[in-house]
Design a protein around this ligand. Sequence first.
Ligand code: GAR
Length: 376
Amino acid sequence: MADGEYRPATLDEVRRLRAELNLQKKKLVFTNGCFDLLHAGHVRYLKQARALGDALVVAVNSDASVRALKGPTRPIQSQNDRAEILSALRSVDKVIVFDDQRVTKLIEDIRPHIYAKGGDYTIESLNEEEHEALEFVRADIKILPLVQGRSTTATVNRLLGNTAPEKEIVVASPPGGLRLGVLGSGKGSNFAAIISAIKRGELNAAVAVTISDVQNSGVMKLAESAGVPAVFVDPGPEPNKLAKPAQKEICDHLKKHHVDVVVLAGFMRVLKSPVLSTFKDRIVNVHPSLLPKFKGLDAPQQAIDEGEIESGCTVHLVNEELDGGRILEQATVPIHIRDTAEKLHERIKEQEHKLLPKVLNEWRERGLPVWSEGKK
Ligand code: GAR
């Protein structure tokens, strides 16, 4: 190592620090993140995290893990540089670099007394495996408020000369970009993944409108806070079906917002004409199984019940047949021995969040007509 060159902490060093603090009845605070471009929001957050205990250890995602999480254009700075910058902060005692997308293993190895996370999370939305590990090591989980108006994305946009507020980036029609109409019934994590990909510049698109059959659903709330028009359409009395007036109303909203591509992101009712005929070969669905296996509801549970060793997700075109249109791309996910449907579904969703924006962007790059010539 050259003179003065920085070296992140090793796991052994962090574990020793934890042991020393424990002896002195002091508390180790632990947090993690990419910290690609350090901004005042990070600095304030880390200061607050440090104030929760007696020493702060920050785990920084390795370059490979940032790429896997945020796409090929990130990180902007190398893992060593990011770690070195963080370690210069008065609030930070040690910085360790980790290679996974999750910190489950580090939580188990370090056993922090306190775990701090930024306010874009709630205790419920923490990753299930990480949450379990935190409970197992009896760490106190603290969600700290986000510092408004400071983000790496906003900084990158300013550097690129894109001064439009983030809300406008999401809803404005970019040149050559797709205008998406997103339909969802649930939490909206796929919707959030689309928005993030747009903000990161990895999906040249705008979300023109979001439509939900469930009032106050997660997807509606996310759309509202992203500044995307969010419409509730009353689905009618039958479960999983959409009454005729609802089919028409949805079609009218999509037309009114000049939608190019309709994205079913966890939309749990069956679409028919006029949407199918008006947007023929321009409707994509994401489904949590390796189609044609396990169509319909509870696909992760179906895969477990069948004793499969792997499952995954599929992005496909939508036609009259339930989950039956042309398959565009799939990603596989292993099924673990002790998997529950919830755990498996969560891991499948992590893949969906990458696959769906990627397929949409590829579609944009190839141009709509190519797929329209498809057989199905
Ligand atoms: C996703 O896993 C999606 O594949 C599934 O609903 C979930 C929605 O999650 N869709 C279906 O099962 C459709 N047959 P989200 O609301 O968090 O995006």
